[in-house]
Design a protein around this ligand. Sequence first.
Ligand code: ADP
Ligand code: MG
Length: 486
Amino acid sequence: MGKEPLEHIVWNDFLNVVREEAGNQVVETWFKSVDLQQWNSFARCAILKVPNDFVKNWLQEHYLEFIQKHLTRLFNVDHLRVVFLCKQQEKQTPRTIIPAASLCKTMTISQAQHEHHVPHDAATLELAPSTSLVVTPPLTQPKKEKRQGLNPQYVFSSFVVGPTNSLAHAAAQAVSKQLGESYNPLFIYGGTGLGKTHLLHAIGNEVMQKDSTLCVRYETSDKFINDFINAIRFDRADQFRNKYKKVDLLLLDDIQFFSNKEQTQEAFFHVFNMLYEQQKQIVMSSDMFPQEIKGLQGRLRSRMGCGLVADIQLPDLETKIAILKKKAEASAIDLPDGVAEFIASHVVSNIRELEGALIRVSAFGVLIKEPVSMTLAKRVLVNVTKKKREGILLERVMKLVAHHFNTSILDIRSKKRHKDISKVRQIAFYLMKKVTGHPLQVIGTFIGGRDHSTVVHAINKVEDLLKIDQVLAQRIKALEQELEHE
Ligand code: ADP
Ligand code: MG
């Protein structure tokens, strides 16, 4: 028996690592269709054969660092490059055309690839017309700071506008046209996976594209908090603040994490004032309305809300279909209209899950070598449709709460603000969250189209009430048990 090639051994080891770290499903969905075709130890270049552009883009976006990290270790080198080679293009692309040693010299970023949103740290090697290989820079190479951590895929042109996000979108566009002049600060809020981060990056990308000399800073609140803690630890508070002095546009994502972080809030308050006074633009996002973020200083809360507060809600069916079509187009997936509608009507929680569903359907098609069809979608999304059936449980909670508290379902769903009705409605929100585990937006929509922050507010209220009202606590516990034992 001949000696097993190094590529096979390493790839099998790698698959085991993926299995351990990311689970078997990830292996089955993504990595089974990929092959480590060639390892060039001289150029430190690993060529991965992928079935199509779609898988290539996905791996590149989600697993690139992971692949680089583990292959670097398994090949026992200090850095390497990963090249994705599409099977579809293989016939046009003889093996020898990949002069791995010369990759560094010939790397160019092709405009076409750029427009197809390849992440900024990947460059494309043009081999022949219609052939694209993606060559990654070595892991050890420092990331280019030029794009300020902005994802080039998140631009206005890839954002689908519908009735539930049009205000946030319009505000974001206005801000990017006139920094610090139209709405300052702009505060975008909405549930997870509804496009807040996308809009923040879109503003940044737009501004950078128009004038790359401007100083744009995108940060998640997590990073802000960590940087601040480190600055305090190493006695570098001044340095921390100076970082923001030159900023023309500050994009701060997921500001709800500032909740109860007194000192960080203090620091942010100063940064905010400093920028605001100089008419520099500030854009923030959060999963709830500023007033509802618990443990936020009053003065910060009022600062956050003093510009424009725009919300994003769950999209309607038409917008979801439009988003699916746009994503499919961008990834060259042939998505029949019926299938788009099927996916859109079954995925109710958020756009991230919508994308995930499309990707699963498409990846499965690639694996079993079938085009995307209704049958395929139904097979893949069996769990999602099962979840939809769980919607029946929401109905059940509603009935039980209405019956138990002597209210009608109609009243619970209504806009009536009578104290007793509001309280029962809040209890319904609370129990739905607890028993069904559905995302808050779904629950909000179910109970008369309430927005995410209303649900958060209601749940917080019930939680507070349960701490002081033992009788109510027992009644709710009994209801919970009744629901769980059905
Ligand atoms: P959030 O920050 O609100 O949790 P993201 O901005 O990360 O959500 O969005 C999740 C995914 O959904 C991203 O891939 C984003 O591109 C996509 N997405 C959200 N809204 C839209 C939209 N209106 N059009 C196109 N894609 C969208
Ligand atoms: Mg986000």
